[in-house]
Design a binder for this molecule. Structure first.
Ligand SMILES: Nc1ncnc2c1ncn2[C@@H]1O[C@H](COP(=O)(O)OP(=O)(O)OP(=O)(O)O)[C@@H](O)[C@H]1O
Ligand SMILES: [Mg+2]
Length: 251
């Protein structure tokens, strides 16, 4: 069943189109990965979909409802979408547990004891429960990202959006996040991930979309896109990424 259907999505900044007619479908329980060069509009796409910004035109159907229509409850929409950022966006003055309970208490008005229980459940799922008392400064990058993921899962979202979830991490820590994404995939969590990270795109096994110059040029299994693709633009992008990867010493 369709969770998200995007049709002819256009986003212009100051009259300049960044997204020039995007079509995208995400089913319940599905994972898709959007790749493309820096500045191609990956973050803009995610922001349009959760209505952090208003697209210039086009349709975004979220569980049967067009969320681009005037009168859409954008706050409610954003609460249905768990957003995981490159830089974790944890509160420095709060412990891991407090970071996870904050939204439950303030947005969902869940009593403290119940919020703590739910938060610990999600931290346990992320293998982080023994670190619940630590502040972000006391955690590794991978651990911080796992707390950030526990925080969005605690809100029981319909879908997770990841914006470059591994780009602030070294390869070993990135591997932790890849494992988490794979675990969530087995739990049938719906996910849309935008990334530069070739290794991530290959390791999570979802469909991969290639976004460039405002349009989706191709969609396929990772191996189809990373192979010797007929489109020279796609071939150039993915071979460049492979070289970068080798230089960075990734497997
Ligand atoms: N608020 C804004 N106002 C004007 N232009 C913007 C704004 N936000 C983004 N842009 C432009 O839109 C284009 C797409 O930006 P976006 O951040 O979506 O790219 P991206 O694919 O996420 O890049 P990266 O891989 O570097 O994160 C860029 O050219 C950027 O300069
Ligand atoms: Mg971006």
């Amino acid at each position: 069943m369709a969770l998200l259907t995007v049709r002819n999505l256009v986003m212009e900044y100051e009259g300049k189109a960044v997204l020039k007619g995007i079509d995208l479908d995400l089913d319940e329980g599905e994972l898709k990965v959007v790749m493309g060069p820096s500045g191609c509009g990956k973050s803009t796409l995610l922001r349009c979909l959760n209505r952090l910004i208003t697209p210039t035109s086009g349709q975004v159907i979220f569980r049967g409802e067009d969320v681009t229509l005037p009168g859409t409850d954008v706050r409610a929409l954003r609460q249905r979408i768990g957003f995981v950022f490159q830089n974790f966006a944890l509160y420095r003055h709060l412990t891991a547990l407090e970071n996870v309970t904050l939204g439950l208490r303030k947005l969902r008005r869940i009593p403290a004891a119940e919020a703590a229980e739910r938060a610990k459940h999600e931290l346990r799922r992320m293998d982080m429960v023994e670190h619940h008392h630590k502040y972000p400064a006391q955690l590794s990058g991978g651990q911080k990202q796992r707390v950030a993921i526990a925080r969005v899962l605690a809100m029981d979202p319909a879908v997770l959006f990841f914006d470059e979830p591994t780009s602030a991490l070294d390869p070993l820590m990135a591997r932790e996040i890849i494992n988490v994404i794979n675990q969530l995939r087995r739990d049938n969590v719906s996910m849309l991930c935008v990334t530069h990270d070739l290794f991530l795109a290959r390791s999570v096994g979802g469909r991969v979309l290639f976004l460039d110059q405002g349009v989706i040029h191709a969609e396929g299994d990772a191996e189809q896109l990373f192979g010797d693709h007929a489109d020279p633009r796609i071939r150039a992008f993915f071979s460049q990424e492979s070289r970068d990867d080798r230089e960075a010493g990734s497997p």
